[in-house]
Design a protein around this ligand. Structure first.
Ligand code: SF4
Ligand code: SF4
Length: 341
C-alpha cells in the first residue's frame, strides 16, 4: 500500500486518509462503523475538527472499537493561545486519546488572521505549549488561500499544511505543493471532489491520487462509498478516455461559476461572507440539510438576502464570477429546500 512521510514530522501514513466531515450527517452507529471499516481495510490517517460537531467523538468511539492504529489530526478555529489550548483538551476528551498527532489552526483565511494566529498570544503559542507538554505531536495549518499558504511555507512555522486540490482547483500543484515539498512541509490535500461539486468520484480521485507528494483526504459516511474510493486508490489510476472527457465537461460546466474560496472579493459592502453564500450547495451535500438551521449559517443567509448588487466584489474576484447572480440563485435554492424539509 502506497505510503508517504509527511515532511519533517516524520509521520508515515498511507497516502489516502479519512476526512471527518460527512460522518456528522448519519447516525452515530453508522458513523462509528464506517470509520472502523476504513481502519480495518488499512487506512491509517484520520482528519477531523472541533468544528465538525460530533465527528471527533464518533472517531474516538471507532478507535476504541478496533485494535487498528491511526494517525489522528484535528483542528480548531480558535485563534488565541488560551482558547486553542482549551480546545486541545476538548479534542483529547472527545477523541478519547491522551495524544493527538497533528493539531491544526483551521481555515486561516488571510494574512490578517495568520498574524493573529502567530502573534505572541495567538493560537500557535498555545499549540507550541501543548507540544511541549507532549499532548500533541505536530502543528499544522489549513487554508483555502494559496497566497497565504505560500507565505506559511516560506515562514516555516507550521509542520503541515492542508490545501484544496482537485482537477477543478489544480493551482496548488504549481503554486504551493512543490515548494512545500522542497521545504519538507507535510502536505494534506483536501476536497478532491471540490467539496462535493464534482459528482464523479472515480475520475476526481484518480486525478488527485496520481499527483505525488501529498496525502489525500476524502470523507465518506457509507461503507460502500469507502470501498469505491479505496478501490480507486488501490487500482489503476490512469484516466481512461471517458474519464478524461468527463473531466473536460465538468471543467467547462463550472467555468465562470466555481468559487475557489479565496476571499479576494471581500469585504462585501453588505457584510456578506461571499464564499459561504456561494458554497451552500456543496455544504449541504457534505453536512446534510440541517446545516441550514445552524445559527452561523442562518446568519449567512439573512445577510446574503441583503445583497444590493453593487458589484464591488466582482471587481475583485480574479475569476470574474457573477457573484450577485450566484447568490440570488443560491437563495432561491435554499428557499425551495427549506420548503421541503
Ligand atoms: S454585489 Fe452583493 S455580494 Fe457583492 S459586494 Fe455588493 S452587496 Fe456584497
Ligand atoms: S467569489 Fe471569487 S474572489 Fe470571492 S471567494 Fe469566490 S473565487 Fe474567490
Amino acid at each position: 500500500m502506497e505510503k508517504i512521510v509527511l515532511g519533517k514530522t516524520g509521520i508515515e501514513a498511507v497516502r489516502f486518509g479519512f476526512g471527518g466531515i460527512p460522518i456528522q450527517r448519519v447516525s452515530e452507529k453508522q458513523a462509528v462503523e464506517v470509520v472502523r471499516h476504513a481502519l480495518e481495510k488499512g487506512m491509517d490517517f484520520i482528519d477531523t475538527s472541533r468544528m465538525y460537531t460530533t465527528s471527533e467523538s464518533r472517531i474516538g468511539k471507532a478507535l476504541r472499537e478496533t485494535d487498528k492504529k491511526a494517525v489522528v489530526a484535528t483542528k480548531s478555529f480558535n485563534r488565541s493561545a488560551d482558547g486553542i489550548r482549551r480546545d486541545v483538551e476538548i479534542s483529547l476528551r472527545e477523541l478519547q486519546l491522551d495524544y493527538i498527532d497533528i493539531y491544526q489552526c483551521h481555515a486561516v483565511a488571510n494574512v490578517e488572521e495568520y498574524r493573529r494566529v502567530t502573534a505572541p498570544d495567538g493560537a500557535l503559542t498555545g499549540l507550541l505549549k501543548a507540544k511541549e507538554q507532549g499532548i500533541i505531536g505536530h502543528i499544522g495549518i489549513t487554508s483555502h488561500s494559496l497566497d497565504l499558504l505560500e507565505k506559511v511555507v516560506d515562514e516555516g512555522l507550521f509542520e503541515t499544511i492542508m490545501v484544496c486540490y482537485s482537477f477543478l482547483e489544480p493551482a496548488a500543484g504549481e503554486k504551493v505543493i512543490p515548494e512545500a515539498g522542497r521545504k519538507q512541509v507535510g502536505i494534506l490535500a483536501m476536497k478532491p471532489l471540490s467539496g462535493g461539486v464534482i459528482t464523479s468520484p472515480e475520475a476526481a480521485l484518480k486525478w488527485v491520487f496520481s499527483r505525488p507528494g501529498i496525502l489525500v483526504l476524502a470523507g465518506v459516511e457509507e461503507k460502500a462509498y469507502f470501498d469505491r474510493n479505496w478501490d480507486v486508490f488501490l487500482g489503476d489510476r490512469r484516466l481512461d478516455d471517458g474519464e478524461e472527457r468527463l473531466i473536460r465537461e465538468i471543467k467547462k460546466e463550472f467555468a465562470g461559476r466555481f468559487c475557489r474560496r479565496c476571499d479576494y472579493c471581500l469585504p462585501c459592502t453588505a457584510g456578506i461572507y461571499i464564499q459561504f453564500a456561494l458554497g451552500v450547495r456543496s455544504m449541504v451535500r457534505r453536512m446534510g440539510d440541517q446545516v441550514l438551521e445552524q445559527p452561523m449559517f442562518k446568519d449567512i443567509w439573512e445577510k446574503a438576502a441583503q445583497c444590493t448588487e453593487c458589484g464591488e466584489c466582482m471587481e475583485r474576484c480574479p475569476y470574474d464570477l457573477p457573484i450577485p447572480d450566484l447568490i440570488r440563485e443560491n437563495l432561491e435554492w435554499v428557499k425551495s429546500l427549506r420548503k421541503r424539509i
